[in-house]
Design a protein around this ligand. Sequence first.
Ligand SMILES: [Cu+2]
Length: 319
Amino acid sequence: MNFLPENIATYGTQIDGLAALISWLGLTSFVLAEAALVYAAFRYRRSEKRKRAAYIKGESWGQAKWIFIPLILVVLLDIFIDIKTTAVWKQVKIDLPTADMNVRIVGQQFNWQFTHPGKDGKLGTEDDVKTTNELHVPVDTNVVFELGAKDVLHSFFVPALRLTQDAVPGRFIHGWFNATKPGKYEIACGQICGAGHTGMRGMLIVHNKEEFQKWVENPVTGGSTDPMEILKGNGCTSCHSVDGTRVVGPSYKGIWGRSETVITDGAERQVVVDEAYIKKSIREPKADTVKGYPAGVMPAGTLSDADIDVLIKYFKTLK
Ligand SMILES: [Cu+2]
């Protein structure tokens, strides 16, 4: 089944096996049922000998068996599928392995927030490493995650891991995966969650073990000099365009040096967009709200100074 995306999960082959099993059973039943239908339509078509359709009440077994035998077959297939899937479900979703590493994942409109354990290997301590839209894990490691949502339903979807799990506000759901191959793999949101849903994408970065240790010692994220990569990688593009279109927030086009009205602590004031204002808008988005745009919608960013400098340089060119 090479039309599926690459599989890098230890449990991926079992899940693909179930998908194949169900597809083949469904396809076979479909072909048989359609063939029977076409045959009957042809065999019992209107002709010189048969000008009126027979009126059948389905009262005798000879007639009713055409309903009950297929019904029993479908139920038996269903039970067969249930037995096959329950074993995989138990292994993938119920029995969590001992964690070699714990991470916390929180979905919010419209990005993914990840908390990694940091150098001490423990979550919930001072040295935790927080990132936006970038999940870093070592290869061949049982990663147990706790998944939550800040605002509405989201769904953590990593096709290469054959992993989809809904994220529900008000609770943390535990799950796990073990990635078998270093590389970069796409993370998406699998639940329509608002205007910026399609931009709610992230990257799973699977390191080999030494490389991961280096990353933990010095957790750089992004580090890109490409402004669009920074904007996309941090989910900014789901709310801000660069061509003047209004999405959720104001467009970046013409932002540099623009004079605009913002609301600070309920009072309107004029500002001219400069470096300090942009930095503050990204780090403390709740401090000022641009007039005419919804307040409290923009999540606080975790962009580094270097990333913000790249962005400012780029904003200056968006006349
Ligand atoms: Cu979402």
